[in-house]
Design a protein around this ligand. Structure first.
Ligand code: SF4
Length: 490
């Protein structure tokens, strides 16, 4: 599959025809959706908690410069070394320079969407390193030379059989479909990598301004090993990860695991406050924190897009999305798939490169319903759709001499608004449509329009390509009412 957001439409069709993928995604909504429903029952006031989380995020984003400054000061006092990166290339360069300076040879990594975003593994491999992903799902897709297809469950698109075959081919085990055996194999191989690593690279879930502490949530214990066994720990975080107070963690620790995996708490919560202080202490000798912008300041500057930065990457919107449930994550052609991916990717990579993504939604609102920080994803999608259309309109306007498709579209909608807002034109319009539909309706529905009508109105063909509509009733309610009134009067 060509993994680019520019080819979303063709990627999606390919995904829809991939039976194995559809089978792998079959239980996504029921498994995670049901677990989430059960998990949120254990909280007294779930809605209140969501509102609290959103207000903490809003407060943080409104004063992000101050909270970042406070976090950095505290983290430096705790012994962490801070590095700022304006974009992905700068972050890659920074990390590569650091590895060279420290004469690093072996690297382990724990799951981090931010390092995926900056394509760190590719940069490390180009520089001659062989970073090893230690989260089981991430390790599987690394072995398969693939990218994550879900924010929380990166190998959700793979079946047990495919994983078993991959282990036979890449790790050299005897064929087995025993999940325990496969997990034991992964543990055995990865433990050796931990023991020999000079550097551990991780992401960050939350960074507390009040104390300079940062938090990593996980279930396998691999992030704990990544951040504590090697001599050097490098953590990569976006500027939006900061929260004001340690007490705020209480809110997010209740929301994130319940929303993402339906757990009341993840198995491990590692709170990291600097490097080790005494020679006999456990933990790394150096902690480096790379703080990344990469387009986030742009999102922050706009009152509508700012809320995208409230995302805590729980993945609930992916699990709830009827589009994601059918096509999975790779079709989005970007690191962040699903509804939040359709919002973030065009803002990170530029609307031109990802202009199909804001349209990859039915706007049903399921994502908004489940989002623990109440991000209004449909509002963001509509905002981005408007940007796409404006961009296309101004491009068309700069073309000479031709009446643009968008001008025709605008005129058509103006005519539609006029006709539908006046009683007379509305009633005559419906009468004409009733006659017209006889030629295209089948069994009470209007499906794909083709032939002569498609030739006369190509937009109608495109509109009906994926949408069925019920036919217009033979007699309208007004007509039935008027007739009834007449009969009464006789
Ligand atoms: S947008 Fe909301 S639901 Fe989706 S990943 Fe972010 S926090 Fe979770």
């Amino acid at each position: 599959m060509n993994q680019s957001p520019e080819t979303f439409d063709t990627n999606a069709i390919q995904a829809l025809n991939d039976r194995q993928l559809r089978a792998a995604l079959l239980n996504l909504a029921s498994t995670f959706g049901e677990r989430r429903k059960l998990a949120i029952l254990s909280v007294n006031d779930w809605e209140g908690l969501r509102a609290q989380a959103r207000s903490i995020k809003d407060e943080t984003l409104a004063n992000l410069d101050q909270y970042l400054e406070q976090f950095v000061l505290k983290a430096e006092n705790n012994g962490a070394q801070i590095h700022w990166a304006l974009n992905g290339e700068a972050a890659q360069r920074l990390i590569l320079d650091l590895l060279k300076e420290k004469n690093v040879r072996r690297i382990v990594k724990s799951k981090s969407m931010t390092t995926e975003e900056i394509h760190l593994n590719e940069a490390l491999e180009r520089a001659g390193y062989a970073p090893v992903e230690t989260d089981l799902g991430e390790w599987i897709i690394q072995l398969a030379h693939e990218t994550p297809s879900h924010i929380v469950v990166p190998a959700i698109h793979k079946s047990k059989r495919q994983i078993a075959e991959l282990f036979v081919e890449k790790v050299g085990i005897e064929p087995t479909d025993n999940v325990d055996e496969l997990t034991k194999t992964a543990r055995r191989v990865l433990r050796e990598r931990f023991a020999e690593a000079d550097v551990g690279i991780s992401g960050v879930n939350f960074a507390v301004a009040e104390t300079g502490t940062f938090l990593i949530l996980e279930n396998e214990g691999n992030a704990r090993l990544t951040t504590s066994l090697p001599k050097i720990h490098i953590a990569v975080m976006g500027i939006e990860k900061v929260i004001p107070r340690l007490a705020d963690l209480d809110v997010f620790l209740k929301l994130l695991p319940r929303s993402g995996t339906g757990q009341q708490l993840t198995a491990y919560q590692s709170l990291i406050t600097g490097a080790k202080r005494q020679p006999d202490d456990e933990g790394p000798e150096e902690v480096h924190l790379v703080i990344l912008d990469n387009g986030r300041s742009r999102m922050l500057a706009h009152p509508v897009t700012r809320q995208s930065l409230a995302c805590i990457r729980c993945g609930a919107c992916l699990n709830a999305c009827p589009v994601y449930q059918q096509i999975g994550g790779h079709a989005y052609g970007s690191v962040y798939p699903g509804p939040i991916g359709a919002v973030i990717t065009p803002q990170l990579s530029g609307i031109e490169k990802a202009r199909q993504l804001p349209f990859a939604s039915s706007l049903c609102g399921a994502c908004r319903e489940v989002c623990p920080v109440k991000i209004d994803i449909p509002e963001l999608l509509l905002h981005l759709r408007a940007e796409v259309k404006q961009g296309a309109a101004s491009r068309a306007a700069s073309q000479t001499g031709k009446v643009s498709k968008h001008r025709i579209e605008r005129l058509a909608f103006r005519f539609y608004a006029f006709a539908w807002s006046k009683k007379l034109t509305y009633e005559w319009g419906m009468k004409i449509a009733r006659v017209f539909q006889r030629s295209i309706a089948r069994k009470g529905r209007i499906g794909k329009v083709s032939g002569l009508f498609a030739g006369l109105a190509p937009a109608l063909e495109a509109w009906t390509d994926w949408r069925d509509a019920p036919t217009i009733a033979e007699r309208s309610f007004r007509e039935v009412w008027r007739e009834a009134e007449k009969t009464k009067g006789k």
